[in-house]
Design a protein around this ligand. Sequence first.
Ligand code: NAP
Length: 301
Amino acid sequence: MSDASARLIDGKAYAQTLRTAVAAEVAALKAEHGLIPGLAVVLVGDDAASAVYVRNKGEQTEAAGMYSETHRLPAATPQAELEALVKRLNADPKIHGILVQLPLPPGLDSAAVIAMIDPDKDVDGLSVVNAGRLASNLPALTPCTPVGCMVLLRDVIGDLAGLRAVVIGRSNLMGKPMAQLLLQADCTVTIAHSRTRDLAAVCREADILVAAVGRPQMVRGDWIKPGAVVIDVGVNRVASKDPEKAAAGKTRLVGDVAFDEALSIASAITPVPGGVGPMTIACLLQNTLTAARRIHGLEAG
Ligand code: NAP
């Protein structure tokens, strides 16, 4: 293998730029129309990782000058109570975006809860209506992580038209909307998944390779076409490299791509952490701003 050469795509820096731009637009919206976009986040149960995400979302929403509301409910909350909260938020004029943090505790039906969210406030873009709008090239609220990936890709590559893109993963949250956005950008798109035959050969076709699987370092260096741009969405916790720290239970985060191998083959790659991850909340703020504008008829579509 040759020396490392891939450009590192600094998601933290892009996210900071996006948050600053959103904050400026929020300030303008307030000054010109007296409108303050509002985001409500609902957290059910006491999952530690979810609690951290939710706290960060609240802090960053306020830092952007928006109104933020966090509803923390016990794990034993009945389905009807959760749905009643969503109904209240649907009707609340202060709230333009509603996000129910997933996964919900066992016993709660997340599909039913998502289906109750007003599609125009569904800033996670998970409702059937928003998935349909996206697939039909209509103005949609689109899941935040794929939107963030597109911001990075457009900046690194520019015009994506005609490029071969392979997305590994077909979840409603990530793989499918990612593929739709790449298709809208005129890429030739392949969606790969756990039943794909000869995944390595499929990946080697890709000018743009997006890995959204959840398997540590599954994508090896020799799966990557030389010069490809690699977007690593995976977040996987594995044992620390240092055997002593590992023995003490210390962990580290890695992506779905064998990063060190990819460095010498890709032209650009997102690191984990610090690549795709920071873009997600920044895009959530942008979706909330978009929702507020649309609800108040301040944006076409
Ligand atoms: P998911 O719902 O579990 O979907 C995983 C997808 O990977 C499925 O479509 C699955 O295929 C596919 N897959 C599993 N094993 C495979 C294999 N051996 N070969 C090929 N494909 C395989 O996960 P997700 O919600 O999309 O998330 C994917 C990863 O992205 C996770 O690590 C998650 O933590 C991360 N993520 C990060 C962010 C962020 O902000 N950075 C946001 C969202 C997700 P089948 O459909 O055939 O089962």
